[in-house]
Design a protein around this ligand. Structure first.
Ligand SMILES: NC(=O)c1ccc[n+]([C@@H]2O[C@H](COP(=O)([O-])OP(=O)(O)OC[C@H]3O[C@@H](n4cnc5c(N)ncnc54)[C@H](O)[C@@H]3O)[C@@H](O)[C@H]2O)c1
Length: 364
């Protein structure tokens, strides 16, 4: 059992750029408290125990570069640590099959390398790389709507015994059929669709649960999100959004004792505003009734850096996947998925999910 965590990354976009630069930020500022969400150390693992040993992408300006350089390439825009100040490692970015990874709206931002290889040939190369680099965990931050590409990487994990952390709403850890495959091979998977540290989903879930627990009747609710990065541009393509909407809507519905009718709840990314960059704005409204049928409503506006919001969670997901590997636990890791992901195989409240997650870490 190694005390390092060797991780391979899929989709070297803004989220990974924030993850890698964030870890370096803490390294350079040791007096800063690490504001990850569970504990500084998880079963002995800290954030500096994570080694990003290789990456996979399709962009012609990323494939073939050092990972620590590729994270600064267009259209990525996270710039918390200047590029020349980020220590270089020997991890490289390799080719991934495009499949359904590049949507209509982002075609002028992501130019895939011209490849002559079939997905099967790429899979063969990928497996060799994972073995050479000793990758234990694959983390996927593919664009929304990349169902086929996600399945490609889930299958790679199954074929190579690599744990899978799926940060996007293409259902693997929460899909009975895929979950069973991971269970049968005793390979851990955590997913699906990362739930930001203090993001739109957790705020909406928590307030909806509060209104429900306090005995009011929620009658309708909406959540609108806008942002200005490639993720939001990609989400302008409605056909790619089906599972994202399910993931985000179910995350809120699951907190209510009585489901809202489909036409009384709207939760979704709603538009792309270029000058917002990685800033995400969320507008949420809940309308309901209290004692004597008297109406009430609330509105929340949340402004976050979307990438800081996700990296704080994925450092925990990676360490929880490693703990599962160390302990020989496979299949969907339910406490970690319920706590860290929007669309786990089993939803609970966030309070119960945190308790279950801490018990899991403690080995209960
Ligand atoms: N708070 C958050 O940021 C948050 C929360 C939940 C989910 N997510 C999801 O995480 C994902 C990543 O977000 P991001 O902002 O980093 O996106 P991004 O658009 O910046 O990066 C996506 C990367 O994937 C690459 N790619 C495209 N097709 C590929 C393929 N077939 N194989 C490998 N790489 C491929 C692109 O070239 C790009 O580098 C999105 O699906 C997003 O919705 C983000």
């Amino acid at each position: 059992m190694s005390d390092r965590i060797k991780v391979g990354l899929v989709g070297i976009g803004n989220c990974f750029s924030g993850l890698i630069q964030g870890i370096e930020y803490y390294r350079e500022n040791p007096s800063q408290e690490v504001t990850g969400i569970i504990h500084d150390k998880l079963a002995g693992y800290g954030i500096y125990d994570i080694d990003f040993v290789c990456g996979f992408d399709v962009g012609e300006n990323k494939v073939g570069k050092l990972l620590h350089e590729a994270i600064y390439e267009f259209p990525n825009m996270v710039d918390w640590i200047p590029k020349d100040k980020l220590p270089k490692k020997d991890a490289m970015v390799y080719e991934s099959p495009v499949l359904d990874g590049v949507g209509l709206w982002v075609e002028n931002r992501i130019k895939p390398i011209s490849s002559t290889k079939t997905p099967e040939e790429i899979a063969f190369d990928v497996k060799k790389i994972l073995k050479e680099k000793g990758v234990e965990i694959i983390v996927s931050y593919l664009p929304v709507g990349s169902d086929k590409a996600t399945e490609f990487w889930a299958q790679i994990c199954l074929d190579t015994g690599t744990a899978f952390v799926n940060c996007i709403p293409s259902f693997i850890a929460s899909d009975e059929r895929w979950a069973k495959k991971f269970e049968e091979k005793n390979i851990p998977c955590i997913g699906d669709d990362i739930k930001g540290q203090v993001g739109a989903t957790i705020v909406h879930r928590t307030l909806a649960k509060l209104c429900d627990d306090r005995g009011t009747k929620i009658e309708k609710t909406y959540q609108i999100n806008v942002g200005g990065n490639t993720d939001f541009l990609n989400m302008k393509e409605q056909d790619r959004l089906i599972s994202k909407k399910i993931s985000k809507t179910e995350s809120v519905q699951s907190q209510l004792s009585e489901r809202l009718d489909d036409d009384q709840i709207y939760v979704g990314p709603s538009d792309f505003i270029p000058f917002l960059g990685n800033t995400k704005l969320m507008f949420m409204r809940i309308e309901g009734r209290q004692w004597a049928n008297i109406p009430y409503n609330m509105e929340v506006r949340l402004q976050v850096d979307d990438k800081a919001n996700s990296a704080g969670i994925v450092v925990d997901a990676i360490r929880l996947a490693k703990i599962a590997l160390d302990r020989g636990i496979g299949g969907p890791i339910k406490p970690a998925s319920a706590y860290l992901m929007k669309h786990p195989i089993e939803q609970t409240s966030d309070v119960l999910a945190k308790i279950a997650c801490e018990k899991f870490v403690a080995g209960d």
